[in-house]
Design a protein around this ligand. Sequence first.
Ligand SMILES: C[S@@+](CC[C@H](N)C(=O)[O-])C[C@H]1O[C@@H](n2cnc3c(N)ncnc32)[C@H](O)[C@@H]1O
Length: 249
Amino acid sequence: MTFDLQKNQILLGNALEILPKIPNKSIDLVVTDPPFYIMTKSNIKFKHRADIIQNAHFDHFQTYDEFLEFTDSWIKSLESKLKDNSSMYIFFGAQYISDLIRITEKYGFRYKGILVWHKTNPAPKIRKSGYLSSTELILFIVKGNPPFNFLGQKKMHNLIETPICQRPERLIDLQPDSKGKYKTLHPTQKPEKLIEKLITVSSHQNQIVCDPFAGTGTVNIVCKKLERYCIGIEINKKFYQAAINRLRQ
Ligand SMILES: C[S@@+](CC[C@H](N)C(=O)[O-])C[C@H]1O[C@@H](n2cnc3c(N)ncnc32)[C@H](O)[C@@H]1O
């Protein structure tokens, strides 16, 4: 596989196999939303509304150790691909964020902070038995002294508020389910506005961004808008194809 780094591309395959083929010290920024061992419960089904999705086939780990080993492998593979001055943002489950920090420190990354994404329209807590799950954490780490475009005091809170991705931005599965209903294509498609903030702050035009767990290609789309190059990798053929179509539009 040869890489044209000055391109916006999405590759179909396993990140653990593709990452080692990327030229060393070629990436300026990673923004990624990997599988992180939280979507292991069954979906909640309702008669009169859409199911609440708590299960995704890509969050496939059988054990906590297997999940840690996977996380360690992809961070290790990425480390040598990043330039000496580069940044990485990783979406992760709150309960495992300290594991992630330890792994990234082991590979020489410097902790810069944690951002909180507040979803302003989370799924309701139908049984009223706990708090709504309305936040996700994003670990921010760096190597050296990468670009950092400070947007002004009011815009640089470590809290980003947006709704979860909704139509028309949200992609719909063009194959109806067994009841003839059209559902969302990807359970965790991120809003472009959220990704736009991270890329704007931590990169310049024409720099090279990578998302090894591209899903519907949101990072690629935002890079196209903001004039950055991007290497996305996605293992699932259906998501890959949807991301390619989205990028072509
Ligand atoms: C949380 S989703 C990312 C969603 C994405 N942020 C978006 O906006 O659509 C994680 C993605 O990683 C993919 N994935 C899981 N394991 C992978 C692997 N080993 N290599 C490449 N992609 C993988 C899954 O198929 C899934 O689409």
